[in-house]
Design a protein around this ligand. Structure first.
Ligand code: ADP
Ligand code: MG
Length: 280
C-alpha cells in the first residue's frame, strides 16, 4: 500500500471552477474520501446551496437543519454542524442546504461579509490544534460571495478541468478572476493543483486538452487524469463516493492516485505558500 504523507500543516483547499458540471463536487468528495481512507483527517465544507457534496457523502441536508448557512450567519460553529461521513471515520462534513441560496443577499451588507467562512475555519482549526490534515471546500459554479468566502478561507485552489474543447477558454477567465481575489481579498491564495476530469482515452480531444493544459501549467497539472466512468456518475445516487461504492474500479483507482499525488506534493506546496507570504 502506498503511503500518503501527512502534511506538516493543515492544507486548506477550495475546489473551484465557475463552470458547472466540470467535476468540482465529484473531485472534492472523492479526493477527500481517498485521503481519509489513507488515514488522514479530512473536513469537507459544502458551499454549494445544491448540497451535492453533502448528498455524495451520505449526509442529510434538509432545509432548516444545521448547516454551513448557520455558520456563515454566526449562529453556530463548524463543530456544531459537522457530521461524520458514514463510510469513512476520518471524514467529516459541514453540510449545505438550499437555505444557503439566500445567504448571498442576506450577507451583502455585512462589513466583513467575505471573511465569514475564514473566521469560522480559523477558530475551528485553533480549537483542534493540528488535528486536521485537509480542509476541502466544494464551491458553487459562480463567482459570488460564497466563492469569495471559500477563497478567503483557504490558501490553495484546486481547479478541476473537464477534458473538452472549451476547457482552456474558461480556464483563462478563471485564472483572471482568481487574480482579482488575490488582489482584493487574499494575497496568499495559490492555484496549487489542476486535475483533468472526465478524460476519455479513446478520443484525441481528451489527449489534446491534457497536453495543452499541461503546457500552460506544467507544475500544477497532476499526471493522473480521471476517466469518465459510469460508476463515478452512479455513486452519488447511493449517497456514496466512488471510493466506497466501487473501491476497486477505474474511477476509484484514479481518484486515489490523484489524492496520492496531491499528498506527495504537500511539503513543496507548503514551502511555496510560505515564500508567497514572505513576499506579501
Ligand atoms: P460540478 O460540481 O463541477 O458541477 P459534478 O462533480 O457535479 O460537477 O459533475 C457533474 C456531473 O458529471 C455529475 O452528474 C457527476 O456525477 C458526473 N461526473 C463527474 N465526473 C465524472 C466522471 N469522471 N465520469 C462520469 N461522470 C462524472
Ligand atoms: Mg458541484
Amino acid at each position: 500500500h502506498a503511503v500518503y504523507p501527512k502534511p506538516s500543516d493543515t492544507r486548506l483547499i477550495a475546489v473551484a471552477n465557475q463552470k458547472g458540471g466540470v467535476g468540482k463536487t465529484t473531485t472534492t468528495v472523492n479526493i477527500a474520501a481517498a485521503l481519509a481512507l489513507a488515514g488522514l483527517h479530512v473536513l469537507v465544507i459544502d458551499m454549494d446551496p445544491q448540497g451535492n457534496a453533502s448528498t455524495a457523502l451520505g449526509i442529510k441536508h434538509n432545509s432548516g437543519e444545521p448547516s454551513v448557512y448557520d455558520v456563515l450567519e454566526g449562529r453556530l460553529s463548524i463543530d456544531d454542524v459537522k457530521q461524520v461521513c458514514p463510510d469513512f471515520d476520518h471524514l467529516e462534513v459541514v453540510p449545505a442546504s438550499i437555505d444557503l441560496s439566500g445567504a448571498e443577499l442576506e450577507l451583502a451588507d455585512e462589513p466583513n461579509r467575505s471573511e465569514l467562512l475564514h473566521n469560522a475555519v480559523i477558530s475551528f482549526l485553533e480549537q483542534h490544534q493540528g488535528d486536521y490534515d485537509y480542509v476541502l471546500i466544494d464551491c458553487p459554479p459562480s463567482l459570488g460571495l460564497l466563492v469569495i468566502n471559500s477563497m478567503c478561507a483557504v490558501n490553495e485552489v484546486l481547479i478541476p478541468i473537464q477534458a473538452e474543447y472549451y476547457a482552456l477558454e474558461g480556464l483563462g477567465q478563471l485564472i483572471n478572476t482568481i487574480g482579482l481575489v488575490q488582489n482584493h481579498y487574499n494575497s496568499d491564495l495559490l492555484v496549487s493543483t489542476m486535475l483533468v476530469t472526465m478524460f476519455d482515452k479513446r478520443t484525441l480531444l481528451s489527449k489534446e486538452v491534457y497536453t495543452e493544459v499541461k503546457e500552460h501549467y506544467p507544475d500544477i497539472v497532476l499526471d493522473t487524469t480521471i476517466p469518465r466512468t459510469v460508476k463515478i456518475a452512479e455513486a452519488p445516487s447511493f449517497g456514496q463516493t466512488v471510493i466506497a461504492y466501487d473501491g476497486h474500479g477505474m474511477g476509484a483507482i484514479a481518484y486515489r492516485e490523484a489524492a496520492l499525488e496531491i499528498a506527495r506534493r504537500s511539503e513543496q506546496v507548503i514551502k511555496e505558500l510560505a515564500t508567497k507570504r514572505g513576499e506579501n
